[in-house]
Design a protein around this ligand. Structure first.
Ligand SMILES: Cc1cc2nc3c(=O)[nH]c(=O)nc-3n(C[C@H](O)[C@H](O)[C@H](O)COP(=O)(O)O)c2cc1C
Length: 205
């Protein structure tokens, strides 16, 4: 927990719930001025973001409905531009523009990043703005060199708060590449063990 996150997420009604349910006292220390603000990424958080191949981003529309969309791409497609700034390229997709439309009226985003192998998850709150062709240098930083899809815009997110989520109930899941690497390593280990054991006893003939 952190001061910035509790400032933003612990609304008066949330605090009432905590008080009634008995957890308010435990969380009060995060409101103290000496609590770590956690409003910019440290090294661990930046490395975690840079290693992701997907994340979820929530926005809020003008009717008040929250909206959650999955974003996926090559590892590192969610760029860490500096400790308080993330960004990613928005490619031409289903052309519903729900996130884009929501962000026009309300720039608040909630990002959820999950590492199913290490069983870690990070929550981020921030404000997003669109990056267009009038900012070519910034846009270029958001597009991975391997990309061939049509880039419609970029999104730059100014981080306002982050918080690590507890690892409970995360089922470990592995990508095909991660499974292949584990299998390769296991096979190499078995071969090395067999070679170092030398030739086995000869079969009687
Ligand atoms: C052909 C196609 C390819 C897409 N490729 C990606 C992709 O690589 N990464 C991604 O996060 N979303 C991808 N999407 C999803 C869309 O880009 C989606 O429009 C975008 O996430 C915005 O969604 P929203 O309107 O729900 O906010 C793809 C959609 C289509 C139809």
């Amino acid at each position: 927990m952190s001061r910035a996150f509790s400032d933003l997420a612990f609304t008066p009604t949330v605090r009432d719930w905590q008080a009634r349910q008995g957890s308010r006292a435990a969380y009060a220390k995060f409101d103290a001025p000496e609590a770590a603000p956690n409003d910019r990424l440290g090294e661990a958080e930046a490395a975690f973001v840079a290693a992701r191949d997907h994340f979820f981003m929530a926005t809020v529309g003008e009717t008040g409905w929250p909206y959650l969309q999955h974003r996926g791409g090559p590892v590192g497609f969610l760029r860490v531009l500096d400790p308080q700034t993330l960004g990613f390229a928005d490619y031409r997709g289903n052309r519903q523009y729900i996130s884009a439309g929501n962000l026009q009226g309300n720039d608040r985003v909630s990002l959820f990043l999950l590492d199913s192998v290490q069983r870690r998850r990070l929550k981020l709150l921030g404000r997003a703005r669109a990056v267009g062709p009038d900012e070519p240098d910034l846009l270029a930083q958001l597009v991975l060199p391997s990309t061939r899809a049509v880039v419609e815009r970029g999104w730059v997110i100014r981080v306002e708060a982050w918080d690590w989520n507890c690892p409970q109930h995360i089922t470990p899941r592995y990508t095909a590449e991660e499974v292949a690497a584990l299998v390769d390593a296991a096979v190499e280990r078995r071969v090395a063990e067999a070679l170092s054991a030398g030739p086995g006893p000869r079969a009687a003939g």
